[in-house]
Every structure is written in C-alpha cells, then in structure tokens.
Design a binder for this molecule. Sequence first.
Ligand SMILES: NC(=O)c1ccc[n+]([C@@H]2O[C@H](COP(=O)([O-])OP(=O)(O)OC[C@H]3O[C@@H](n4cnc5c(N)ncnc54)[C@H](OP(=O)(O)O)[C@@H]3O)[C@@H](O)[C@H]2O)c1
Length: 362
Amino acid sequence: MAPQQPIKVGILGATGTVGQRFIELLAPHPYFQIHALGASSRSAGQEYAKVTKWKLAIPIPESVRTMVVQPCEVAPFQDCGIVFSGLDHDVAGDIEAAFRKAELVVFSNAKNYRRDPMVPLMVPLVNPEHFPVVRYQQKQLGLQKGYILCNANCSTTAIVVPLKALEVKFGPLKRVMATTLQAISGAGYPGVSSLDILDNVVPYIGGEEEKIEWETSKILGGLLPGDEGFDLHAKNPLKVSAACNRVPVIDGHLACVSVEFAAEKKPSIDEVRAAFAEYTTEAQTLGCPSAPAQAIVLHDLPDRPQPRLDRDLHAGACVSVGRVRECNLFDVKFVCLLDNVRLGAATSSVMNAELAVEKGFL
Ligand SMILES: NC(=O)c1ccc[n+]([C@@H]2O[C@H](COP(=O)([O-])OP(=O)(O)OC[C@H]3O[C@@H](n4cnc5c(N)ncnc54)[C@H](OP(=O)(O)O)[C@@H]3O)[C@@H](O)[C@H]2O)c1
C-alpha cells in the first residue's frame, strides 16, 4: 500500500550513469520525492543541469534541473527517509557508513558492503525474504533506524533471476556456467575508451567473474537461522563458473548460461520454459510501482533476446530469457538479458526500497 505521505529521498552519485537512472525513475515516482542530490566536490554547490553530462534520451526532469548538488555529507540528507547510492566504490565505503551511523537508510549499488555478513545482498525479483537481516544489522550496531542494503552486481542480477525461477520449481542447482557479453555503460562514464571497444571485444572485466560466482551463492543461500546474517563460507552445493567479456553495446548485458540440477530427475525443456514464464515475485504481488508485469519475458524466436531490441521491455525492469534448450554437458542452457543500469542497478534499488515500504522495514 502506498504510504500516506510522500517519502523524501536523496541520491548520492546523482551525476553518474546510475545516478541519472535514479533521477529518471524517482522524478515521476508515486510516493518517493527527490529531496537532495549529492556528488563529488567537482559538482557540489552547482546546479544539477550545469554539472551533469546527461546521457539519457529524455530531458532532465524539471524538478531537479536547478537543484543545487550537495557534498556527500549527512547534513543535507538528514531529512531523507531513504538515501540511494550510485557512488563510485572508491568513496562509497566511508560515505555510506557515515550515513548509516547517522540513522539513515542506504540502498547501495556499490560493491563495498556486498560481502558484509550483516548486509542483505538483495535482488528484488529474487530474495526479499532476506529483509529481516537489516534488523540484525541494526541490533549489532546499536542503531534504531539506519541500515545499509545492497543490490547485486548487474551481471549477477541477470543470471540469478532465471536461476531462482528454476530453483523454485525444481529444487537446488548443482552447477552453473555463465559467459557474459556486457555493455559499456556497465563501466560508468566515460568508461571504456572508444579506441578500446569499437570493432572489438575485451575478454576481461576486473573482478566481475568472482562477483558473479560468490554473489550468486549469497543471494541463493547462506542465511543463518533466526535471520542473524549470512554465513559466507557456508558449503553451498551450487558451484558457479563465470567468464566475462565487454562488447560494443551501450546498454544491456547478455549471458549464456548452462545449468545442472541437483535432483536425479531432470525437468523437460517444456517444464523449464514453463518455470521461466510462470515465475512471479513478491514485488509483483505486493504491487510495488517499479515491479514489471512479467519478471521474466520468455522469447520464442531463435535469435532473441537481443540488447537493442529487448532491453526496454517492461521499462528495463525484467529479465529476458530465450534459446532454452538441452545442454550436452549440463542439463539445460539458455540466454538471458537485462538492462544493466536499470534492473542491474537503479531499478533494483528503487524496487528494494518499495519492498521496504510494503514490508515495514523503514
Ligand atoms: N553502470 C552500471 O551499469 C552499474 C551497475 C551496477 C552497479 N554499478 C555501481 O554503481 C556505482 C556507480 O556507477 P556509475 O556507473 O554510475 O559510475 P559513474 O558514472 O562514474 O558515476 C560516479 C558517481 O560518483 C560520484 N563521485 C565520484 N567521486 C566522488 C567523491 N569523491 N565524493 C562524492 N561523489 C563522488 C560522481 O560525482 P561527480 O560527477 O561529481 O564526479 C558520480 O556522481 C559504482 O559503485 C558501480 O560499480 C554500476
């Protein structure tokens, strides 16, 4: 249910690639109201439109054009019910910790706290049941209101949504192999130089393969009894191997995924397709404004999904899945696609915040 009063929100890193998507999503939001924008000292003190290299196809929303960008300090954000962070990881650690200490609720896109055993790593279309861990976090840190909640790496998000759909229907997974083809916007702005990426594929994205491998395990398992954080060393039966490539696409990460189920009895390809098509999440049933009508869009054409054609489906809030077929080495293989800056970043944070409202975690 929508709250009675609008909730004031702040955006850290508001001038960046993810920050701009936050503004696109939050300016027209039915109950979140942009109250403060933060960025580096290069931008602070100046009007948003003057310091931002705006890269979206829509104009900068009127409500933020002339807002003065603030330094990423607590004072200008003190009245915010939620602070969204699209900060560079070099600075996110200290800034987000300071905001939490000041009893602010931080929804972060940065990697700094993803491994923290007290911090949920939440993909809103996958594991909102991990929300109660924020109460444990508050208890451990002696806080009443403040907490940090992270969303996952963008390519992890693309993969973990279809994996969860399979797990819900057919039980635990045993092995997953994923090869990604990732868009250049995933590296922020200005990102990869045009001379490196045009007419080319770069078969290395620093730290990305490890992130997909361990993040998938935390998201799909490791929750301790009583919601008292995560055991990051839990023996998860699921083994993940990832290989990541940067390709000359602006937005939209594609992944080729092979899966082996733990159960002896393997589902048919038709059953796997049905599991994807039927997958429904709590964000949808609770009516979160940013939740897509379909969490997974299942494609029938043999050459889909494709970044340019399918990344805008459901306003970039869903995962597209196609080419579902048998695998000679594992059980099944498929291709999945997500908009890395929307569901892979800003949309996930906003949907997590909507879930926090619905589930009473604000
Ligand atoms: N791009 C993606 O697809 C994606 C997906 C998932 C997660 N992420 C994560 O989201 C975060 C932001 O990524 P991005 O792609 O949006 O990066 P970006 O385009 O480089 O933007 C970085 C933002 O951080 C601000 N910033 C830099 N140094 C700062 C400082 N010392 N103090 C305060 N603010 C500072 C910048 O402000 P100025 O403009 O003033 O420099 C800018 O607003 C990163 O942690 C990234 O790993 C990105």
